[in-house]
Write a protein that binds this ligand. Structure first.
Ligand code: ATP
Ligand code: MG
Ligand code: MG
Ligand code: MG
Length: 577
């Protein structure tokens, strides 16, 4: 494939766009890879779209290789399936909701658990049909509170999402492991550094969840790691590391909730009145709240609290969601009951939740544990009951800093804090969606059993930004060859017709050998501008045909290392392949 700069739909920019906060965004915009089209929405220009498709191809190849099958859903989805799982409401303000001309409710899919569950229910009915893994690479919509950093956090973005269907827990474990292995291959091939962190603490009904975080100071996730290889997100850890802090009585809770949500204060008051001796733990999403009571003898009881107005929670349904397995105490790493997590809604139903839960550690279960409640979302209110401090999003990190230096739960240490951006997320959903949407198959004995599921996501457009961010240098972008829009950038300099002929011949030779060549054939552009553009655009190899041609040599430059070499004309082809 030959891309001629003289006709390529490309304008490189000298200046940084005003709205670009991070280097990758600046360079992708200046290099003519993307243009902003809407708040949190970007247009892929020819070079950008080539990178995007390379990333997509790697993801697709690895998903196909692990045996997942590709399908494609609409993004415009009816309300009903999301109503059945309660996510129509519980997804909160991140969900784009709209109406058709008849007044029917629709949404733009933020993630597709419901649709995949129903699709499988539609076509499959026997244990013999399973295991099954399906995936799509698709545009997702989320009305993010703070779209930022270009492709890193869009309101419209591309995700590879897959879903596994198994008849039993052992099958789910296998599907999860297969996805985990495929994700390792994907991120290795993309050349992205990553840490696999556990995304949840304790036993949540046997479910398991891990995130692939790409360590970077511009990331919005905070995680802890130890030299021994232990890594977990802060939410998982800050709830389970005990600390010697005296505790007498339940402190007064204070949380700013959205106006139509009962505050934890209210819930605590209710809980105290009803069960004066019980500890409690509470969790709320934007729309719903659950309090789980913990009696002194260790028994637990979910107390479901509804909401006013048309947002009334169907208490029965919530109770059903909080099945006994899920109100099992979280254990500390020694296996002692550490805390109980009351939780609800999106967190129960899936990985793709926007409304992160708040949680409380109960020091009466683990003496000395601290009380922390947090919402892992920018701008959300957070407070630490031990310090009595109040803070917003950055405060999550503050709370977490209390942990830095502690030993890791596996004994290695000390823990250190780092920032990262979530590139992928794998999640054992269990039977929540299958139960809510009644996906059952006949087992070997002819008995109907509920299917168990996993869901797995990779941010495809986000990966483009992360690669750009982690590989760029002070001159511009530096693409790894596997995702670069072209393998080679051939630059013809000067006015000499012989130079252009030789450059053209070389470009054609490389194309014939199967490479993609970006050829700067612009006749009236100065060498200085051409070099600057080549550096900014970031093809892995830059070949300059110019003055040296008279001596029979062409310059071959490695964009990453900066190494230059004068290579005899006849040898350039072989050198570049
Ligand atoms: P984050 O914690 O960054 O908000 P998430 O946990 O909400 O991400 P998931 O629901 O787990 O994301 O979706 C799977 C993947 O989709 C994420 O790991 C991430 O790579 C990508 N992703 C999520 N939200 C966005 C977004 N707004 N823009 C681009 N990519 C995104
Ligand atoms: Mg999110
Ligand atoms: Mg996340
Ligand atoms: Mg996630």
């Amino acid at each position: 494939m030959l891309l001629r700069m003289s006709t390529l739909f490309l304008r490189t920019l000298r200046d940084d766009p005003a709205d670009a906060e991070v280097p990758s965004h600046r360079l992708l915009a200046r290099g003519g890879y993307i243009r902003r089209a809407a708040p949190g929405g970007f247009t892929w220009l020819p070079l950008g779209f080539r990178v995007f498709r390379n990333v997509e191809r790697i993801v697709r190849e690895e998903m196909d290789a692990m045996g997942a099958q590709e399908v494609h859903f609409p993004a415009l989805l009816p309300r009903e399936p999301y109503e059945a799982t309660n996510r129509w409401t519980e997804y909160g303000p991140n969900l784009f909701r709209l109406k058709d001309r008849r007044g029917n409710d629709f949404l733009l899919g933020p993630t597709h658990e419901e649709m995949f569950t129903l699709l499988v229910k539609d076509l499959y009915g026997s244990y013999k049909d399973l295991p099954l893994s399906l995936y799509q690479i698709q545009t997702k919509y989320r009305d993010e509170a703070r779209p930022r950093a270009g492709l890193f956090r869009g309101r419209e973005f591309t995700m590879k999402d897959s879903y596994s269907f198994d008849v039993d827990d052992a099958g789910l474990d296998r599907s999860y492991a297969a996805h985990r292995a495929a994700y390792i291959k994907i991120f290795d091939r993309l050349g992205l550094d990553y840490v696999i962190v556990s995304a949840m603490s304790g036993a949540m009904g046997g479910s398991k969840s891990e995130e692939f975080l790409h360590p970077t100071p511009i990331g919005e996730d905070t995680f802890v790691r130890s030299p021994g290889g232990y890594a977990a997100n802060v939410e998982a850890v800050s709830t389970v590391v005990p600390e010697a802090i005296p505790f007498d009585g339940l402190p007064e809770a204070h949380v700013e909730d959205t106006p139509d949500t009962p505050t934890i204060e209210t819930l605590v008051a209710v809980a105290r009145e009803l069960f004066p001796d019980a500890g409690y733990t509470a969790a709320s999403t934007l729309k719903n709240v659950v309090v789980t009571l913990v009696h002194p003898d260790g028994t637990r009881e979910p107390l479901v609290v509804g909401l006013p107005g048309d947002r009334d929670v169907d208490a029965k349904r919530l109770e059903a969601q909080v099945s006994p397995a899920e109100v099992e105490p979280f254990t500390d790493f020694a296996g002692n009951p550490a805390l109980v997590k009351g939780y609800i809604g999106p967190q129960v139903l899936g990985s793709q939740s926007e409304s992160k839960i708040r949680y409380l550690v109960d020091p009466r279960i683990v003496p000395g544990s601290r009380w922390v409640t947090g919402a892992n979302e920018p701008g959300r209110h957070v407070f630490d009951l031990v310090a009595g401090r109040d803070f917003t999003w950055d405060g999550v990190i503050e709370a977490a800093e209390l942990l830095a230096g502690d030993p890791a739960p596996d004994g290695s240490g000390p823990l250190e804090l780092a920032r990262g951006v979530e590139m992928g997320h794998i999640f054992q959903l269990g039977r929540k969606y299958a139960e809510a949407l009644d996906l059952k198959v006949l087992d070997e004995n002819g008995k109907l059993v509920t299917v168990t599921m996993g869901s797995y996501g990779v941010g495809v457009s986000r990966a483009v930004a992360a690669i750009a961010e982690s590989t760029h240098d002070e001159l511009g972008l530096v693409w790894p060859r596997e995702v670069a829009p072209a393998d080679v950038h051939v630059v013809a300099t000067g006015k000499d017709a012989a130079v252009f002929e030789a450059a053209e011949a070389l470009a054609n030779e490389l194309v014939a050998a199967g490479l993609t060549v970006l050829y700067d054939d612009r006749p009236k552009v100065s060498p200085g501008v051409k070099f600057k553009d080549a550096e900014l655009l970031g093809m892995p190899t830059i070949v300059t045909v110019g003055r040296g041609l008279a001596q029979g040599v062409i310059e071959v430059r490695d964009r990453r290392t900066g190494e230059r070499e004068e290579v005899p004309v006849a040898e350039v082809g072989a050198r570049v392949l």
